[in-house]
Design a protein. Structure first.
Length: 164
């Protein structure tokens, strides 16, 4: 499922690359798709780590039940460590150094609501008025991280269930 959201985001970024400038409102669905893809890929690694590697890191159930990327990342890191997954992103950055990107996405959208809705249920803005980002550059970073996580998710399927 995460791969499908990632593919959809990539299609939209390609559509707008090199074309006329797009508005914030054009970018928000793309950012949501990327954030959701990242969350789903991270959750798939956590679930696979629990099943295939018998990972029992504290906070798994809470992280799986919410939308916080920063709660998921330490568990994902534990799974990657248990796999011996030392792969870098395609740009050569160690996968574990992706924490800064995770923190930035989570800070902008802690509950996966900010890029879906313009206002909270109480009428307040969900995104800070000073939020700026370069979608093509941001897309490259998130693509890289998501592609690496997808590779890890595929690789973990080769581990025997139960961490044997």
């Amino acid at each position: 499922m995460g791969e499908a959201y990632l593919s959809a985001a990539k299609v939209l970024v390609r559509k707008w690359s090199g074309s006329t400038p797009f508005t914030d409102f054009d970018a928000y669905p793309v950012v949501f798709l990327y954030r959701h893809a990242l969350e789903l890929l991270m959750k798939s690694l956590v679930v696979a780590g629990r099943t295939r590697l018998a990972i029992r890191t504290k906070g798994i159930e809470g992280a799986l039940g919410g939308h916080s990327l920063t709660k998921l990342w330490p568990i994902v890191s534990s799974v990657l460590d248990a796999m011996g997954w030392t792969k870098d992103t395609p740009e050569g950055r160690p996968l574990h150094e992706s924490r800064k990107l995770i923190d930035q996405l989570n800070s902008a959208d802690p509950q996966s609501m900010s890029f879906r809705y313009p206002r909270s249920k109480r009428g307040g803005d969900l995104l800070p008025s000073h939020l700026t980002f370069n979608l093509p550059d941001s897309a490259k970073l998130v693509n890289s991280l998501c592609d690496s996580l997808l590779g890890a998710a595929i690789a973990i399927e080769n581990f025997p269930p139960g961490g044997d």
